[in-house]
Ligand binder design. Structure first.
Ligand code: S3P
Length: 192
């Protein structure tokens, strides 16, 4: 795993990328719920003009149900299988930015599969930040919808401890100081 140090990042733009870098960009964004995977996928999509996909939304489309309904009606194990199946469809695609679900990295050998088929980037935000973001938008997230703020914090802390072994298998780990478009462009350029 490479930790990017971006103490004083020079301002890179997509023009600085090697010509074939964009066409080869295959990025899997992983990390906890609320870490900003979808936000960054959307930002990068605009910057790079590379298609971005949200794995949860694709599963919802495939199942014609919300994630909350899938958990309630079919159970988590069913969801994990559907998620892994959807993920594997990316082996056919030439360029993409995928924002994974928080648990994607931790089930069905998905981490190994993603490392084989693209670049895995862990967006590693502190539990305090996750808590702040998620307390306002937990209702559609089946794993945390019934938790009050105190329980949410302990849940996320424990979950991060359990999931770190999986997230740690990423190619790049970015914390809040290193999160910038420039850092992402550098990662894509160095993997072109
Ligand atoms: C989950 C995270 C969710 C979604 C599901 C399970 C998890 O995705 O896949 O509710 O196990 O952490 P987000 O990380 O996009 O909220």
């Amino acid at each position: 795993m490479t930790t990017i140090t971006a103490k004083k990042p020079t301002k890179a733009t997509s023009k600085d990328l090697p010509a074939d870098a964009k066409t080869q960009a295959k990025i899997f964004l992983i990390g906890m719920m609320g870490s900003g995977k979808s936000y960054w996928a959307d930002k990068l999509k605009k910057k790079l003009k590379v298609p971005a996909y949200d794995l949860d939304s694709l599963v919802e489309m495939m199942e014609e149900k919300s994630i909350k309904e899938i958990f309630e009606e079919d159970g988590e194990e069913y969801f994990r299988k559907a998620e892994a199946k959807m993920l594997r469809l990316f082996s056919e695609k030439k360029q993409f930015i995928v924002s994974c679900g928080g648990g994607t990295a931790c089930y069905n050998d998905n981490m190994k599969w993603m490392n084989k088929h693209g670049i895995t980037v862990w967006i590693d935000e502190p539990v305090e930040t996750l808590c702040e973001r998620l307390s306002k938008e937990k209702f559609h997230r089946p794993l945390i919808k019934d938790l009050d703020d105190q329980s949410l914090k302990s849940f996320l802390k424990k979950q991060l401890e359990e999931r770190t072994a999986f997230y740690d298998q990423c190619a790049y780990r970015l914390n809040s100081k290193e999160l910038s478009e420039t850092t992402f462009l550098k990662i894509i350029a160095s993997n072109a």
